[in-house]
Design a protein around this ligand. Sequence first.
Ligand code: FES
Length: 707
Amino acid sequence: MERQPEVVAVGVVDAVPNIDQGHSNNHSQNQERATVVFTPSGLRGDFALGTPVLQAAQQLGVDLESSCGGRGICRRCIVTPSFGEFSKHKISSKEANLSALSDAEQSNKFIALSLGQRLSCSARIQGDLVVDVPASSQLHKQHISKEATPLELLIDPAVKLYTLQLAEPDMDDPSSDLGKLQQQLAARYSIIVNHCELSVIQQLQPALVAGKREISVAVYLEPKVQQQQFAQVIALWPGTKLGLYGLAVDLGSTTIAAHLCELSSGKVLASSSLMNPQIRFGEDLMSRVSYVMMNPGGDTQMCTVVREAFNQLARDVVKKADIDIGDIIDMSIVCNPIMHHLLLGIDPTPLGTAPFALTTDLALNLKAAQLDILLHPNARAYILPCLAGHIGADTAGMILAQRPDQTDEVTLLVDIGTNAEIVLGNRHRLLAASSPTGPAFEGAQISCGQRAAIGAIERVRIDPQSLEPAFKIIGCDVWSNESGFAEASKKITISGICGSGIIEVIGELFMAGVINSDGVINQQADKPSARVLAQDRTFSYVLHDSDKPLLITQNDVRAIQLAKAALYAGVKLLMDHLQVTQLDRISLAGAFGSHIDVKYAMLLGLIPDCDLARVKPIGNAAGTGARIALHNLDQRSEISRILERVEKIETATEAAFQEHFVAAMALPHLNDEYIELSKVLTLPERKQQAAVGRGARSSGRRRARKS
Ligand code: FES
């Protein structure tokens, strides 16, 4: 299966010998060396057999802690090797490719040997390997930005708490205790109980005794069917119970974020995020589908690790909020279709090939325990509906958060990840598509790219005359050209550039004339600069000069052009279908969309021209949708109703997509006008009908189909 150009080494490799930038892994010709790929960074290299994994990681610049000098004492260097066929990396990672457990590992009770963890300072390379560095072992913890967006909620949750005082048993009233409970709910709250969990029935009389006939019950209300409201009693406590909680979870392919919310108020009590542990099986979605195809049982492995991640997040948030995990009674989940299937234990491989068939697009009302998520034993789990094979419950969440169906304005919603989910329309018509942008916006495919973490360059300015850069790194508030930068950043290694930084540096180079509208880096005759380096037949720009220089290469610019052209082409396709040429409002969702400067996004042509004041980052809109669904039962029905009328456009089968893609390779675009942007920026002259079209045709991306 082939979808996009593969991610290759994403670290700074020039200064490190023996590091493989490509995928030549035939070690049968050279049995003395082996290839090791580290996830989630994607850094890879060739190493002599017998090299400790920690040493390999350090040579590559992998973010892996060690504070005892590799003596097996500090336990900071724990890694999790992943075994199986990794077609993306062209690696067969086997258990035998690592040395046997060392004495230090066998005697160290803190290492979860049963989970396959190893001390990287003890484990030695004996063959090709894929090795995951868990967040707990990363020195510079991932900068995960899926905070809860401030939100006004209409509170009417699916699970409600009622406190009841039941009458004492009476010879003259033969009704049972459960009958009395049902009668009170019906009489006082018009709730018809149609089911009661066995565990509740078993606890009922002891609870009545303990509470002196006062009990609190959690009632799960099902979405109304023909105006009938049915209800299930799913939990009870003696006396008056104060507070029930819910989890809203955004299950992304890169990160998973959970918000612990008070169901009666909507207040977010605690949030927690972690890297999706499935990353070690494949960085992007299609790699994970490919892993399942190549490794029988791979879907079960990924299902298990993601469910454990949910449990980890639940434990984290209850610890932060100091509540009992058994008081979490409901949860809502948004995710893309492949995450959806892997969480549910459904084979995702049909989603990897045309016609990208979903097993189900319905909203799902489950018990959390069915997903092995350990909350209250009868806690419910609601998964928002999906739209199509590439447009999932996360897009449903974004629609619920933004409600483009309630406005006359032509609204564009974009959530940019390795796929861009795009929704366009207004109250009259809504369309949705997914466009394969690839991982370049997340730092992959960029020679010095990295995910957003401490030490990553996130902001860039370039003097248009001297071409000297100034930048800002995550973890330091001082710009590199300001006094105090050396002091403020002395404990931080400037390790690479993250998505927002890539967009800015290319935008600044374009404005300075170093990059032309074809995306070609050139030395300028009128202002030659040592920052613009000739390398073979292309030029690179030296963004940061050190013993491991950070370069923006021609290939980096091309990777961003491919990604942005895919996004723009998807948007244009929807504009064609909607028969509009102008947008009233653009909302950019997700971590990348929330951190990029919208002016640079428009300058590079990620998005069409629009009044800049009407282009807004909207934060984690999918997660906001999950919170809305957690707190409001009617909104669960509402999103299913809205999705019924969303028109799904499949970019892979539309001939116009490729034409739009080719035109969108130019900066900002081959022929689309940027009138609004020109009001705030003097755009560089664009070249007419540039050669970029030919290059784009040869490397244009389509959603892959299995041949
Ligand atoms: S580096 Fe300290 S235990 Fe491995």
